[in-house]
Design a protein around this ligand. Structure first.
Ligand code: ATP
Ligand code: MG
Length: 240
């Protein structure tokens, strides 16, 4: 199976070269666990390789994301400027719609069918990140969620995209972790106390990656001014 680099060397080696090409991978984790930064690494590498990329962002403005990327020495701005990386601000259009419907406010006005997001992805795009897909799923029934998730994934894969769905922990739990069944692979980020060292540490765990042998162990990772670094020595403890 062909692979697309995750932009993180150690993760590429864990995944036999990278994310499975033209598939959908889910990244979940608590607030501040590093989800968006995983997305930044992925996009940066893809941009360096000349691939067309789309980031659909619901929580942060392009300026916030570009600044965060620059601070991690993964400057996305040149690619954004020349249009190789498109950053779509879905949240803003959502807020505008709330504003428009202020006087006749209908909660359905916020609804956006997930497959619609595929329209934001032009032909020829190879890498897509949706951060945070959780804002679209909380309102959905379990059955509808599965349909919409599969619908969007199907369209994006048909377009030839390798996709990262980033989902916050609350949405992940409220939807009974259903997204994990639907996705081709799943990566969980955790922040937990290391009782031996008496300090909080970041952990990455790969519960599922089809067509890829992965170890069922967690690894410790760190975030520094250069971004994410996964430590090899962390392959020792199972996190439940
Ligand atoms: N230069 C840096 N050095 C060390 N840690 C950093 C640096 N930049 C960011 N971080 C850490 O990264 C974390 C944020 O990562 P990120 O934004 O990817 O989290 P997230 O999982 O997307 O959070 P949210 O759920 O709020 O969107 C912060 O909590 C911060 O501690
Ligand atoms: Mg984030």
């Amino acid at each position: 199976m062909e692979r697309v680099s995750t932009g993180i060397e150690e993760l590429d080696s864990k995944l036999s070269g990278g994310y499975p090409k033209k598939k959908v991978i889910l990244i979940t984790g608590v607030a501040g666990s590093g989800k968006t930064i995983f997305g930044i690494h992925y996009l940066y590498r893809a941009c360096q390789e000349g691939k067309k990329c789309v980031l659909i962002a619901t929580e942060e403005t392009p300026e916030d994301i570009l600044q965060q990327a620059r601070m991690l020495e993964h400057d996305l701005e040149p690619y954004y400027e020349k249009g190789q990386l498109i950053i779509e601000r879905v949240f803003e259009s959502r807020t505008e719609r709330i504003e428009e419907t202020r006087y006749g406010f209908k909660p359905e006005g916020l609804d956006l069918e997930l497959p619609y997001l595929a329209e934001l992805v032009p032909e020829g795009t190879e890498c897509v990140v949706i951060d945070n897909i959780g804002v679209f799923t909380i309102r959905l029934s379990v059955r509808k969620l599965r349909d919409e998730f599969d619908g969007l994934s199907h369209i994006l894969m048909k377009k030839g995209c390798t996709v990262l769905y980033i989902m916050d922990e609350a949405a992940y739990n409220m939807t009974n972790q259903l997204a994990e069944y639907s996705a081709y692979g799943s990566i969980r980020l955790l922040v937990k106390e290391n009782s031996y060292l008496g300090k909080m540490e970041r952990y990455i765990y790969i519960p599922k990656m089809r067509s890829t042998p992965v170890s069922p162990y967690t690894s410790v990772f760190e975030i520094s001014s250069k971004g994410i670094k996964i430590k090899a020595s962390g392959d020792s403890e199972i996190i439940g």
